[in-house]
Design a protein around this ligand. Structure first.
Ligand code: ADP
Ligand code: MG
Length: 322
């Protein structure tokens, strides 16, 4: 059973940033407005996330670390209309199978916090602990019992860069939430709750913000908003392409292609322009459950989405600068 858990864990958690993403999505699902991330050695040694969300009751702590224990789906039918970020109930169990985990939490009306530890599938009894309402998860020594997986990890700096990127993406999609990120004891990023525009400026930098065109277009229930870089200021910057579909960060070839084509039409050459776009459409028009890591999606009408995005952006890029 431990072995099966470890194999399954590899699907969800291929590197520290993947574990961090799952943990942060849980904090967001719990309604947190303040999230603090502390990493050590690129997250390999330690990922500690503290939030001020709704918390977990004493008797649910063990359950949270158990496979397919999700509080987010009441029936299979709900799968079609998933609104929360996590819904498979396997992230924490997967992480617990390949790391030393401490989970401490205090529900909003609990008298005090409770804490459990899990290591190698062995779960401790809940013990009383002190903390304000919310949840702290402390993941240490990721992959300590799966040396083969550990060997595939890159240098600490690379793993850290992936973790920082994960925080930035979730921060872009959730400007109403404050984030702090520390690495090896030093604060790297501090974001206060703010407007979407202010958050984009903070995360993507002044240069992007000064040179952007605001996007806001709709066709029926399909809508896109956000910012794209001015054609004149556009340079190749693959790491500054952020797309969110119904609030979820996605990596989608179709969307990248539509944007690339829009710029090519105006600039007559190829590049990977910077942008931050939020696309929304009815949940049943998109399948998010293609891959466990959930950055891949499938649109029901992919041609329609491509055309919509291409035209919405191309029109803005070719309009005279005002
Ligand atoms: P999922 O998010 O798919 O439900 P997870 O394994 O990520 O599965 O989490 C299991 C359960 O643990 C969640 O359904 C939720 O009830 C609880 N949980 C995890 N993290 C938090 C958190 N930060 N705040 C409140 N509840 C949490
Ligand atoms: Mg989750």
């Amino acid at each position: 059973d431990v072995l099966i858990s470890q194999i399954a864990a590899g699907e969800v958690v291929e590197r520290p940033a993947a574990a961090l993403k799952e943990i942060l999505e849980n904090s967001l699902d719990a309604g947190a407005t303040d999230i603090q991330v502390d990493l050590e050695q690129g997250g390999i040694k330690r990922i500690r996330v503290a939030d001020n969300g709704s918390g977990i009751a004493r008797d649910e702590l063990a359950l949270a670390l158990t496979r397919h224990a999700t509080s987010k789906i009441a029936s299979l039918a709900d799968l079609e209309q998933v609104a929360s970020l996590g819904f498979r109930g396997e992230a924490l169990a997967s992480i617990a199978a390949i790391a030393r985990v401490q989970l401490g939490s205090r529900g909003t009306d609990a008298e005090h916090a409770w804490e459990v530890r899990i290591e190698g599938g062995r779960l401790s009894e809940p013990a009383p602990a002190a903390r304000a309402a919310g949840t702290t998860i402390d993941i240490q020594d990721l992959f300590f019992n799966t040396p083969a997986r550990r060997k595939f990890l890159k240098a600490e700096a690379t793993e850290y860069a992936h973790c920082a990127e994960t925080v930035r993406r979730l921060a872009l999609a959730n400007p109403q939430v404050a984030f702090t990120l520390s690495h090896n004891g030093r604060v790297q990023l501090r974001l206060n709750a703010d407007s979407a525009a202010a958050r984009v400026r903070q995360v993507m930098g002044e240069a992007f913000e000064r040179n952007t065109i605001a996007v806001d277009a709709a066709a029926g229930a399909l809508r896109v908003s956000g910012w794209v870089i001015r054609p004149g200021a556009a340079t190749a910057s693959r790491d500054s392409q952020h797309v969110f579909v119904n609030g979820r960060y996605v990596r989608d070839k179709l969307i990248v292609h539509a944007l690339k084509e829009a710029y090519r039409d105006v600039l007559h050459h190829q590049l990977n322009p910077a942008y931050c776009l939020f696309i929304s459409l009815p949940p049943d028009a998109v399948d998010v459950n293609v891959h466990p890591a959930k950055t891949e999606i499938r649109f029901r009408d992919s041609r329609g989405v491509h055309q919509f995005l291409f035209h919405a952006v191309e029109r803005l890029l070719s309009a005279p600068v005002t």
